[in-house]
Every structure is written in C-alpha cells, then in structure tokens.
Design a binder for this molecule. Structure first.
Ligand SMILES: *Cc1c(COP(=O)(O)O)cnc(C)c1O
Length: 477
C-alpha cells in the first residue's frame, strides 16, 4: 500500500501493566506479516473511497439485459431485518415459527396465482437451481408413468445459457431447436424434433431476444401431443406480471428468480431464490419442503414423491420476505403497471435507437431490447467498445454478445424504475457514441477514460484471480 509510513499506527493502547508473554510457537502462522502502517483516518478514507467506486443501481443507470437491475424498495430490506424474521432459526420447532411458515405459504399462493402454476416450492436457491429442480420433476413424472426412455430436453438456440447446463446436470440429452428469421422458435423444426424420446421442451419466455413467443399455444400443443412436458424459464417475469399467466399458455413447470423481479438486490453474487412452480398433477414431485396449512396450523411438508431436498433447509427465507412484501405492497394493479412500464421503457429505447443501431428482430419488444452493433463494427468499433464508452457517461454496460445468435449483441433492459429523463440521457449518449464512431473511433476503442481503471485484462482476471491482499506484487500466487 503506497500510503504506508513506517511507524504510523491506527490505534493507541495504554502502557501494558502485565508482563509481556511470548506466543507459543504452534499458534504462529507466519514469521512476519507486512501490514501497511497507516493512521485510523487514512484507513477510513481508503475504504470509504473504495466503496464509492462500486457501481450500483443505487447510484447509476444499470441496463444490464436479462438481469433486471431495477430499484429494490429499501422498506423491503427493513422488513426482512425485523428481529422476528431475521433472528429465527431453521431448526426451531414449527409451533414457534407459525408466522414465518404462514408467510412462505402465502408467498407460494401468490406466485402460483401470478404464474398460473399453483403448486410451488420455494426451496431452490437460484434460478439455475430452480431449473435443475424443475427438470428433475419432469424426469420423475415420466419415470413414474413407466416412460423412462424420455431423456431428451429440446432447447431453442436463443435459450439462456443456464438452460442447457441445467438439463445436462439433470441427466437429460440436449437437442437444439432453431430460431426462425423473426427470432421465434422454428415450429416446423420443433415438430421434427419432438417424439417419444422428448422429456421436456424448455423455453425462455420472453426469449433472450426480449420477444414474446407468438406461437406458444401451438408449441405447447406439439410437445403435449408428443407426450412431453413444457418448461418455461420465467427467471425474469418483469414483462408478464398480471398480464400473462404461464400456466394458461400450456406450460407445466416454471421457475422464477425472486432476486430479479421481486425486490432483492443482486449483482454481487449474493443469495438468490428461484422458486419452482408446477401444475397440480406434478405437485407430489416438488422438492422438500412445501409450506402447507393442516388442521389450522402451518407446517413444512415433504411432498409424497418428492425429488428430495436440494439444499439444507427451506430456501432463502429473507428473500421470500422481501418478495412477499413487494407483492403485497403493489397488489395486482401495481404488478401490472410494473410490467407495462418495463415494456414501454424498453420499446422507447428501441424506437429511439433503431435508426442508428441494427435491430435484429424488427418488432415490438418486451422488457428488453437486443440491438446489434454490426453497423458500428463496420466502422471499426465493436460492441464491447461501445459498452466501455458508456462507462465514461456513468452508465453500466448492457449485456454483451448474448444471445449468441445476434452479431455484436447489446442487450438492454431499462426496467420500469427509470424516468423518461434517464432514458433520454441514455439514448442521447448511445447516439453520440454512434456519431463518434464516424469521427473519433479511437475515443470509443480506448474507453473508458474517466474511471479509476481503464481496460482490464478480463481473461486473466477470471482465469488467475488474485483473491487476497499481498504486500508484495508476487506473480507466483
Ligand atoms: C438470470 C437468469 C437465469 C439464471 O438465474 P441465476 O439465479 O443466475 O441462476 C436463468 N434464466 C434466465 C432467463 C435468466 O435471466
């Protein structure tokens, strides 16, 4: 640390009035520890300044597609910190935590209502774990019917990356169905692929192109006629709340990320929650536990033919509290306006940038729009350069190079939280960047200019991360 001055200390202790004791050898972990020598004020300043370098939704616009970085009302954090909720223990006798189990039961019912899939387990700790649980349910369903040869998961090429990964983890063979020129599932191709091997068809909806699948009813019928189940990846429900219920579309199983749509701050890899929702006939396979009301009291029950426990206890309880508070505070009308505003905000951006950036699927989008920087690439400026240039304007980069079926993809999700002024600022900046691509492309390709660090070596950072502080810059860690 360059602020270190030999002999400077951050503390002052009174003179010791007891004899100094030697440390026993076996408790000494190392001979010497080269710690920086700084005053207390310098330590405080150092860490306060570092903390302000964090990029967050509480400080800046964060249009990171697929991640729904929206404003999470602080009151929901406060509620989840109430001692009666935060200080209870998962091993406490059920009669002492009736209110908590009741909250879980009510949240299950609300999520069942929102998705039209009434049987719910809140156990999964992330979206991907919700997918995994849902796919194990599909396998258990086929096995229970003596249909165990169904081992294929059909997944569109536009799917979220976790979908094929979860299907493989669940022991299924992944077969890819093409998207057509409009970004929809190629229905003819799906028809060819679905047969007596089909266990499940897994659809991200809205798709990762930010589009609603207009042929969804035909698709669910094709899969059901082939004897398979339909799984909807509803990680991001931000476009559907109170507008469309997945169960009404013929979906059998879905999961949703409470840490995206339902008010849990995320982005730092913190705790998540990915409840799994199913039709009534699949309820008996849900992961343990499911909150139920029996003879007037609330219990955590294990479904009859459960796929088992997928983690220690009953999921992320305090995230469930936030989601419940969020749903209750908004009510049906509030939830509907969340989705309506998320959709109109994304379309506003799309409509104001389509003359400058390529729009791979030229139609109204849902809660996010996927643009392509292919026209800027022709002028020597890649999608990643545009993303880096945005940082100079205090705007987080959009999701890039995903979905992979779009060249130089920029996936932009403004969310419902943002004002028209913020959207206008973003649009103006994106148009300015396109202009810079004509006259000063190096301004973009060398960005960011105004941040504490400029271009990082992202590959080495991911492959050889340095995870602890070291006094000397050693290459050999
Ligand atoms: C975020 C997301 C996931 C994965 O959720 P995690 O909680 O990160 O595991 C899956 N599908 C879609 C569509 C997503 O947006």
């Amino acid at each position: 640390m360059d602020r270190s001055v030999p002999g400077r200390k951050a503390f002052a202790l009174p003179q010791s009035d007891v004899p100094v004791q030697e440390w026993p050898d076996h408790v000494q972990m190392r001979d010497d520890l080269e710690l920086p020598e700084v005053s207390q004020l310098e330590v405080i300043r150092y860490f306060s300044i570092l903390s302000q370098r964090n990029f967050s939704i509480d400080t800046n616009f964060y249009p990171l597609g697929s991640c729904t970085m929206k404003y999470n009302p602080k009151i929901n954090d406060e509620l989840s910190n109430l001692p009666g909720l935060a200080d209870i223990h998962p091993l406490q006798p059920e009669e002492t935590v009736q209110g908590a189990i009741r909250l879980l039961k009510n949240l299950q019912d609300d999520l069942g209502e929102i998705t039209g899939l009434p049987a719910v387990s809140l156990a999964p700790l992330a979206g991907a774990q919700g997918e995994y649980a849902g796919l194990l349910i599909a396998r258990a369903y086929h096995e229970a019917r003596g249909d165990a040869q169904r081992t294929v998961a059909i997944i569109p090429d536009s799917a979220h990356g976790t979908n094929p990964a979860s299907a493989t983890m669940a022991g299924l063979d992944v077969v890819t169905v093409r998207s057509d020129l409009n970004g929809n599932v190629d229905v003819a191709n799906l028809r060819e692929l679905s047969d007596s091997q089909t266990a499940v068809f897994m659809l991200t909806i809205p798709s990762t192109l930010g589009l609603f699948e207009p042929n969804i009813l035909e698709i669910t019928e094709i899969i059901h006629n082939a004897g398979g189940l339909v799984y909807a990846d509803g990680a991001n429900l931000n476009a559907l709340l109170g507008i469309v219920r997945l169960g009404d579309l013929g979906v059998d199983i879905c999961h949703s990320n409470l840490h995206k749509t339902f008010s849990t701050p995320h982005g730092g890899g913190g705790p998540g929650s990915g409840p799994v929702m199913v039709k009534d006939n699949l309820a008996k396979f849900l992961p343990n536990p499911v909150a139920e009301k029996r003879d007037g009291s609330y219990v955590l029950a294990n479904p009859e033919n459960s796929i088992g426990s997928i983690n220690g206890f009953h999921g992320s309880f305090l995230i469930a509290v936030r989601a419940y508070a969020y749903i209750k505070a908004l009510g049906l009308e509030g939830l509907q306006s969340v989705s309506e505003n998320a959709i109109i905000n994304a379309n506003y951006i799309q409509a104001n940038l389509r003359d400058k950036y390529n729009l791979p699927a030229d139609r109204y989008c849902m809660h996010e729009t996927v643009l392509s920087a292919s026209r800027q690439k022709d002028r020597g400026v890649a999608g990643i350069d545009i993303a880096k240039r945005l940082l100079d304007f205090g705007i987080h980069a959009p999701t890039m190079y995903f979905p992979m079926i779009v060249e130089e993809a920029l996936m932009i999700e403004p969310t419902e939280s943002e004002s028209k002024e913020t959207l206008d600022h973003f649009i103006a900046v994106m148009r300015q960047i396109d202009d810079e691509a004509n006259y000063t492309p190096e301004l973009i390709s060398e960005a960011p200019h105004d941040l504490p660090v400029t271009r990082l070596d992202e590959v080495t950072a991911a492959r050889k991360p340095i995870l602890r502080w070291a006094a000397i810059d050693s290459d050999d860690q």
